[in-house]
Design a protein around this ligand. Structure first.
Ligand SMILES: Nc1ncnc2c1ncn2[C@@H]1O[C@H](COP(=O)(O)OP(=O)(O)OP(=O)(O)O)[C@@H](O)[C@H]1O
Ligand SMILES: [Mg+2]
Length: 353
């Protein structure tokens, strides 16, 4: 986490993506977790470019609408920056290293990898656990992000009258969901290797977990943008209308054959290529499970297509398989949107940790 306040109260998770913001609020009811609030609000094209917020006022207004629609009363929020805006590096340290020594080491390592002055960046690290190689050593994942990126996100939250309680990296939000579901049917479980792909608008992100620890990440500049562009061209619609028509199933019958089919074909090639990159850069030559999230996971039967193509058991990530739904949640909309909610769920889980 790149930033966090000390106050460990409840919070809402807000994933501000290029095309839409998504909100989830969770609570604990006894031993169970319940979804109390959920909402989705489109973001107009051009307000977020290459995962950087270009218009704080307008994105803030969208987050205000998101909050109003959700009905939440909470004022603390967890958000995230895109992994494409983060430089990360794995380092190994002695497990018994002192706090001050570790802080100093982290600064030295950060200075090596970032092309900016250390005053201009936020630095954080996550302990990934014992190093497989050495005795008494831990593996750390160091993450560095330009302060301006974190500050824009905080400014959007403040514009919407929210207290920015935590700023995460989308990878870590997804890793939290992976841990959350790992014991369920959905998850990969102990000693298993699972790949999770987030197909957003701009970017597809692959995370590979082994034993529920991130062992590989990769971002590709490929996502739903290509589908929206094809719909725009074919039906002469501005991108926002194309996205609305897709989301609400309002496209002509020709859509499936003429637009969706070619897009899914390229999507499959992208998945295969990305998995090949992983295999060629690691000692693994298979994954036990493939999970998919992001807007493109809403494409009908996409999990079946992928499974057939890559010959790996595949599922749409459902962070909520074992959670209850509160009375304020619009069930039909929520169920339709579950495939898009991986990152928002990971952020919301911070509120029930
Ligand atoms: N049935 C569908 N409903 C909504 N979006 C869909 C559907 N099928 C495919 N998509 C694609 O998913 C995209 C939105 O995905 P998502 O909400 O994950 O993106 P984002 O989080 O805004 O983007 P990014 O993560 O790249 O910033 C849409 O632009 C569209 O191309
Ligand atoms: Mg996204």
């Amino acid at each position: 986490m790149l930033f966090s306040s000390k106050n460990r109260n409840r919070l809402v998770g807000i994933d501000i993506g290029t095309t839409a913001a998504k909100l989830i609020e969770l609570s604990r009811v006894g031993r169970a977790i319940r979804v109390d609030h959920y909402s989705y609000e489109p973001i107009a094209p051009g307000l977020i470019i290459e995962h950087q917020i270009k218009d704080i006022e307008q994105v803030g207004a969208a987050v205000q609408r998101l909050l109003a629609r959700s009905g939440t009363k909470l004022k603390r929020a967890a958000g995230c920056v895109s992994s494409t805006n983060v430089i990360s590096k794995g380092i190994t340290v002695q497990s018994d290293i002192g706090e001050d020594e570790l802080d100093a080491l982290v600064e030295v390592e950060a200075d090596r990898v970032v092309p900016y002055a250390l005053d201009d960046v936020n630095i954080d690290y996550v302990n990934l656990g014992k190093s497989p190689q050495g005795d008494g050593e831990d593996q750390l994942q160091l993450v560095v992000c330009r302060k301006s990126v974190v500050e824009s996100l905080a400014a959007v939250m403040e514009e919407a009258d929210l207290e920015p309680a935590a700023v995460d990296v989308d990878h870590f939000a997804l890793a939290r969901v992976n841990s959350f579901v790992s014991e369920s049917e959905m998850g990969s479980g102990k000693n298993k290797t699972a790949a999770l792909m987030d197909f957003g608008f701009n970017t597809s992100r692959l995370l590979v977990f082994h034993d529920n620890r991130i062992i590989y990440t990769r971002e590709n500049p490929y996502g739903g943008r290509q589908l929206i562009d094809s719909i725009s061209q074919k039906y002469g619609l501005p991108p926002q209308d194309a996205a609305h028509a897709l989301r609400n199933n309002e496209l002509a019958d020709t859509f499936k054959n003429d637009v969706l089919k070619p897009f899914v074909k390229t999507l499959m090639q992208e998945i295969l290529r990305t998995l090949q990159f992983f295999y060629s850069s690691s000692t693994h030559n298979k994954v036990d499970k493939f999970l998919i999230t992001g807007g493109c996971a809403q494409i009908g039967n996409i999990d079946k297509f992928i499974e057939k193509r890559i010959e790996v058991p595949t599922a749409i990530l459902n962070p909520f398989a074992a959670t209850r739904l509160g009375p304020k949640v619009d069930q039909a909309r929520f169920r339709r949107d579950i495939p898009s909610l991986g990152v928002a769920a990971g952020l919301a889980l911070r509120g029930v940790e």
